[in-house]
Design a binder for this molecule. Structure first.
Ligand code: 26Q
Length: 822
């Protein structure tokens, strides 16, 4: 669909300046001489919001008037980061605001730094949702993001003596400029209690008598599309106590009890669970999932009924719902409950509508990450939903599965939503796949593995239901806003609407061998690195040189992502330098950013090990600054925006078959970092787009991993078979890196030598060789520049606009609806 190209400024510098000052005085109640940077930040936000809110209304009106089909993106996580710079760019106001602030004697960049990150997500899945809602607005799709208004987002990370310490995140301690509370659209959500069977005229009917009621209060965050034409909303639900319930307790003298009840109700949206890939299985998490799913469905239903009354025949034609992993899967039985119990539809009608409404995105194959809930817990929290799940399952097994595989109990056991055992479990992946019309993986290889390994029978039962939509990233945030220098260079050589039509970057390919362009491109990388040198100094007090290779691994800490493989190689380099101080290598700075789930012991041990090795290496005068190791604390979106433009090497070193896609790999490659990676996730597609010669691939491929597993993997063989590997692993055992305290790092070694669940050791040699290739390529600055430029020029596929266009075409079946102009 054709939309806005490069946005045109809608007002003058003077007008913006006056608006900021007006808001400083009348909205913030302060004045120029006295205002803090925080107050200026809020005044600028208020000035921007004059455009944003107008866009929300225009978009709403258009979509309502056209009765447009809408998509609802249900996600427990939206990792938004900061919004000001993004909103300015998307509205075409960035330069205006920059000049206006300069006239006021202020630096816009400093003011942007005052904004807290909205860290309402863990990592890849949450950031994907944020990129996607940017693209949905940019493509003018009628879309609402639905999630939870967590009071505390992902914890702030500090290091204490090298170990991760979690501190509360206070992103909206003093409010947030970008959200609007909409009490008029609140919903109630009911939980617990019991189900009664009522007979009218001999027909059985189920009546749920819930034991608890929550109020769901929506906060709307405007999502400005690029060009500023359409402005969608992200609707986040906050939980509150139910007023009526409180009043009863209050009247019966339970004043304090009423407050206790409200505290309990408010814990539901209190905090984001910091686990990724390893679900915690806690009751409160289930309540969170249901709370926001139910509120969102009620909201969609209310909007539908406002337009169409009680006739639900068009519901599924007008509403699509996308499940961001299984976390909101309980929305499937919830919609069934609403349609059957509340609206009185027949089961068959309701089921057809439900399946026509939902689609499900899978983000992981790791068995430990597949969500399951104890049947007993669902029974306690959502007794009616458990019955509905039973009914869905019974019909599925007895009709669809029985038809296809008559009398085959093995297949039924495997496909049942209920996992049998002493503790019966509800498999949310099964529920999601059965209740959706389409299931997608997030990169080609991953989608193939979803079919082949995760749901082979379902794929046979429903050919065509399982599809791929390769992930993407928004080029607005991940190039235009975060890398202004490179954006300016691009604009000098190609059209300025590349942030909307990223395939225009192809036009840079013809400059890949142009000496002048190469020089400019590399000068920009160097300038970005100089900025990063200062950030590193500020945050860690470590001195690094911008002339070194900046080798970057930024992502959640997980064994499958293999940060410890990176560590073993760093130790090997260090050892080579100690053995031979003249060991020939270009100076390197290894930069890490990673949070570990607070309960994930091995991940925390790996962080500690990296910090301890870093301390030793950085303070060892013998290696003459050839090697530095920097672990930046509190990795988050706003830090990624500084780091990515400064990266030379992008570490994407997961064990083949384990990283569903990765999206950091795309951000880094777009900004000219050379991928050092395995044939996993989207790395494969990046190599395909940029060309194998412009990435450095190493290690086993999926088939090799399977073969090694089948043959029987024994890490000891690799430990004993490589002297350097053995030496660095043994090094972890003594007190070399933890003086006076031997054994603190021994667990990392033991885990690798005895178990090594993600096959770090078999890939070590190949990884070391890959690093040698990086080193020699970097020494040939022309060859390096060429490869980096081709990476930037080749990444159009990974524009999240392309991902969303794929969802719109093949899954949601909908088109953009541009909002009326002003
Ligand atoms: C589930 C239940 C209870 C508590 C927590 C969770 C939970 C939370 C977050 C489980 C998983 C996650 C996050 C998963 C995630 O980020 N996956 C990543 O998704 C990206 C976007 O598709 C991919 O690029 C990555 O490969 C994938 O790891």
């Amino acid at each position: 669909s054709k939309t806005s190209a490069a946005p045109k400024p809608q007002l003058t510098v003077k007008q913006f300046q006056d608006s900021v000052v007006k808001h400083l005085r009348s909205t913030l109640g302060t004045y120029e001489e006295k205002a803090s940077k925080q107050a200026w930040n809020q005044a600028v936000s208020a000035a921007i919001n004059e455009f944003v809110f107008d866009g929300v209304s225009r978009t709403r009106k258009t979509h309502a008037a056209k009765d447009a089909r809408a998509v609802h993106y249900l996600s427990l996580e939206f990792l938004m980061g900061r919004l000001m710079s993004n909103n300015l760019h998307n509205l075409g106001l960035y330069d205006i605001a920059d000049q206006a602030m300069a006239k006021l004697g202020l630096n816009l960049a400093d003011i942007l730094e005052e904004e807290s990150d909205m860290a309402l997500g863990n990592g890849g899945l949450g950031r994907l949702a944020a990129c996607f809602i940017d693209s949905m607005a940019t493509l003018n799709l009628p879309a609402v993001g639905y999630g939870i208004h967590y009071e505390h987002g992902l914890f702030r990370q500090e290091f204490f003596k090298g170990r991760q310490v979690e501190r509360p995140d206070e992103w909206r301690e003093f409010g947030s400029a970008w959200e609007i509370c909409r009490p008029e659209s609140q919903q109630t959500v009911k939980l617990y209690g019991y189900v009664e069977t009522v007979y009218d005229n001999g027909a059985a009917r189920k009546v749920w008598h819930p034991g608890r009621t929550l109020r769901a209060i929506p906060w709307d965050i405007p999502i400005v599309g690029y060009g500023g034409r359409n402005v969608n909303v992200l609707r986040l639900w906050e939980s509150r106590a139910d007023k009526f319930f409180d009043w009863d307790v209050f009247n019966s003298g339970g004043y304090v009890d009423a407050y206790a009840e409200s505290v309990q109700a408010e814990t539901v949206s209190k905090v984001l669970y910091p686990n990724d890939e390893t679900p915690a299985g806690k009751e409160l998490r289930l309540v969170q999932q249901y709370f926001f799913s139910a509120a969102s469905i009620a909201d969609v239903m209310r909007r539908y009924k406002a337009a169409h009354g009680d006739d639900l025949t068009k519901f599924a034609d007008l509403n699509a719902m996308q499940l961001n992993d299984t976390h909101p899967a309980i929305a499937i039985p919830e919609l069934m409950r609403v349609l059957v119990d509340e609206e009185g539809l027949s089961w068959d009608k309701a089921w057809a509508m439900t399946r026509q409404t939902f689609a499900y995105t899978n983000h992981t194959l790791l068995p430990e990450a597949l969500e399951k809930w104890p049947l007993k817990l669902i029974e306690k929290v959502l007794p009616r939903h458990l019955e509905i799940i039973f009914e869905i399952n019974a019909r599925f097994l007895n009709d669809e599965v029985e038809n296809k595989w008559p009398g085959n109990d093995g297949v039924k056991r495997k496909l049942s939503i209920i996992e049998e055992g002493s503790d019966q479990m509800i498999r949310m992946g099964h529920l999601s796949a059965i209740g959706s019309h389409t299931v997608n993986g997030v990169a080609q290889i991953h989608s193939e593995l979803v079919k082949k390994d995760l749901f082979p029978e379902l794929n046979e039962l429903w050919p065509g239901k399982f599809v791929n939509v390769t992930n993407g990233i928004t080029p607005r945030r991940w190039m235009k806003a975060c890398n202004p220098r490179l954006s300016t260079l691009i604009e000098k050589h190609i059209d300025d609407d590349w942030p909307r039509y990223l395939d225009k970057l192809e036009g840079l390919k013809k400059f890949a061998d142009d000496a002048e362009f190469q020089k400019e491109y590399m000068a920009i990388k160097h300038a970005n690195k100089e900025d990063m040198v200062k950030v590193i100094k500020e945050l860690t007090d470590i001195d690094v040189s911008a002339d070194a290779i900046f080798d970057v691994q930024i992502k959640r800490l997980h064994e499958y992502k293999r940060q410890h493989l990176n560590l073993l190689h760093i130790m090997a380099l260090y050892r080579r330098l100690l053995i031979d101080p003249n060991y020939d290598m270009h100076p390197r700075v290894f930069i890490f950013g990673a949070k570990a789930a607070p309960g994930y012991k091995m991940a925390k041990d790996i962080i500690f090990a990296i910090n301890k090795v870093a301390e030793k290496v950085n303070n060892d005068p013998r290696i003459k600054d050839k090697l530095k190791v920097v672990f930046l604390p509190n990795y988050r979106v706003s830090l990624a925006e500084k780091l990515i433009p400064a990266a030379d090497v992008s570490e994407q070193i997961s064990l083949a078959g384990k990283e569903a896609s990765g999206t950091g790999n795309m951000k880094l490659a777009l900004n000219g970092a050379i991928t050092l990676g395995t044939m996993d996730g989207a790395n494969i597609e990046i190599a395909e787009e940029a060309g194998r010669e412009n990435v450095v691939i190493f290690g086993m491929e999926v088939d090799d991993v399977v073969a090694l597993q089948e043959k029987g993997y024994n890490p000891g063989d690799y430990y004993r078979g490589n002297d350097e590997l053995k030496a660095v692993l043994d090094w972890l055992e003594g007190d070399f890196f933890t003086p006076g305290e031997p054994g603190l790092l021994a667990e990392v070694k033991r885990n690798l030598v005895e178990q090594d669940p993600f096959m770090v050791l078999p890939d070590f040699e190949s990884y070391c060789e890959a690093h040698q290739k990086i080193d020699s390529l970097y020494r040939d600055q022309k060859a390096w520049a060429r490869a980096a430029i081709i990476n930037t020029a080749s990444l159009a596929k990974f524009n999240s606009d392309r991902s969303i266009a794929d969802y719109a075409d093949y899954i949601w079946h909908m088109k953009g609806v541009p909002a009326a102009a002003k």
